[in-house]
Design a protein around this ligand. Structure first.
Ligand code: PLP
Length: 433
């Protein structure tokens, strides 16, 4: 059996992780560590968490055998872990519930969060509404523009969205601003981080909450493989997209000890690995400190964090969770890149072949699985974490395909040629006349 005990007591995954925070946050981080240590194995806490996952999120999420796609690829059988079917449409809610439960127990009435595409913001606003917690979400002003339906969703759920106008006006700037708020309001505020990044204990805590994904797969796969006549009890490979890395850690972690299963993380190669326009932090970055932990960072020779690019806002982050940095270095997980074009092609392919509109983030994982399947035998298996649904992305896809849809981001707030009324925040999805 493969021995794996990470992180150490101070939050280090080998040379990565740790807690690089200002003096003012040391106490808050310490308090959070204590609280998590106290409730992590508390039967009442775990019972409530599992209850929420079952009755509010709708878990367990099913595993689906993409039989038609597998047949057309002509190789390994491809299975999809359907995180897209969760309430709010992605894996993010698993983590926000866990952290909001901690906030309540720590007596913090105010929650803050950062968000890129708005998915983590919506998942946080959702659980705050349910628990009656005040919710403030920091979002880059560029993202506010690009993701207006999610901004409106957060408003509907009672959250305040604060546009951040510093830097590149995207996710990393929103994260900086949320940290600043936390420093100023530590006494009454809980900061819910949306991925396996940030200072210890966040990377470990978020991984633990998201591990429900992989733990369910360990139970579901033997049954699925037997039912579909495939060899073995667990998949030969598990594939997941990596932005900060939370959906990937969630499905990888329970499989780490299962040495026969390859773990493959897919980073956004954007316009190409050597184009300078990508978000491939592990494959093209170097070790540095970002947002409170040591990890692979996309930075220039002076240590300045560089601009990133991906078709999918959820993967557009210049760092990566420290545990992925570690898994990469010890060789237990492999990391590959998928370009915008390849992800878009996989998005369309899954729509047409399996009747599933996947998130553009998840489409990166699907694209790699399609390639990998062709190199394997048809009695082998690949499990893909389908991290979210693609409804949020149809505007982006329509824009890229030059389709004449009301919901194109470039149309929002303007009159559309051929349409007789302007497009509002809640766009109509029918075809323009
Ligand atoms: C946010 C998001 C991601 C990327 O975040 P990770 O922390 O890397 O999982 C991937 N897929 C979807 C659907 C998301 O919403």
């Amino acid at each position: 059996m493969y021995e794996y005990h990470q992180p150490d007591a101070r939050g280090h995954f080998g040379n990565y992780g740790g807690a690089f925070v200002s003096e003012t946050l040391t106490r808050a981080i310490h308090e959070l560590k204590e609280a998590y240590a106290r409730y992590q194995h508390d039967p009442a806490f775990l019972a409530e968490f599992n209850y929420e996952l079952a009755h509010f999120v709708g878990r367990p999420s099913p595993i689906y055998h993409a039989a038609r796609m597998s047949r057309e690829m002509g190789g390994a059988q491809i299975y999809l872990k359907r995180e897209d079917l969760n309430h709010t449409g992605a894996h993010k809610i698993n983590n926000t519930i866990g952290q909001a439960m901690l906030a309540r127990r720590m007596g913090k009435p105010r929650v803050i969060a950062e968000t890129g595409a708005g998915q983590h913001g919506v998942a946080t606003a959702t659980i705050c509404a349910r628990y009656g917690l005040e919710c403030v979400v920091y979002m880059g002003s560029e993202d506010v523009k690009r993701q207006s339906p999610n901004v409106y969703r957060m408003n509907l759920l009672g959250a305040t969205v604060v546009p951040v106008t510093s830097g590149s006006k995207t996710l990393k700037d929103a994260l900086n601003e949320a940290m600043r708020d936390w420093v100023a309001n530590v006494d009454n505020t809980f900061y819910i981080i949306g991925t396996v990044a940030g200072p210890h204990p966040y990377p470990m805590m978020v991984r633990d909450f998201q591990s429900v994904i992989g733990n369910e797969c360990l139970v579901q796969m033997p049954e699925m493989l037997a039912a579909t006549g495939v060899r073995g009890t667990q998949p030969d490979a598990v594939v997941a997209c990596v932005g900060g890395g939370s959906n990937a850690m969630g499905i990888f972690f329970p499989y780490i000890a299962h040495e026969a299963t390859r773990l493959i993380g897919v980073e956004a190669a954007g316009e190409g690995m050597d184009s300078g326009k990508h978000s491939a932090s592990i494959q093209r970055g170097s070790p540095g400190v970002l947002h409170g932990n040591r990890t692979y960072v996309l930075q220039d020779d002076n240590g300045q964090v560089t601009e990133t690019h991906s078709i999918s806002a959820g993967l557009d982050y210049p760092g990566v969770g420290p545990e992925h940095a570690y898994l990469n270095d010890i060789g237990r997980a492999e990391y590959v890149g998928v370009t915008d074009q390849e992800a878009l092609a996989a998005f369309h392919y899954l729509c047409r072949t399996e009747g599933i509109i996947a998130a553009l983030e998840s489409s990166h994982a699907v694209a790699h699985a399609m390639q990998l399947a062709k190199t394997m035998r048809d009695d082998q298996s690949i499990l893909v974490n389908l991290s979210g649904r693609g409804d949020k992305d149809i505007g982006t896809v329509a824009d890229l395909s030059q389709a004449n849809f009301y919901c194109r981001p470039s149309c929002q707030g303007q009159s559309v040629k051929g349409a007789d009324h302007p497009v509002h925040l809640a766009p109509k999805l029918e075809r323009a006349a």
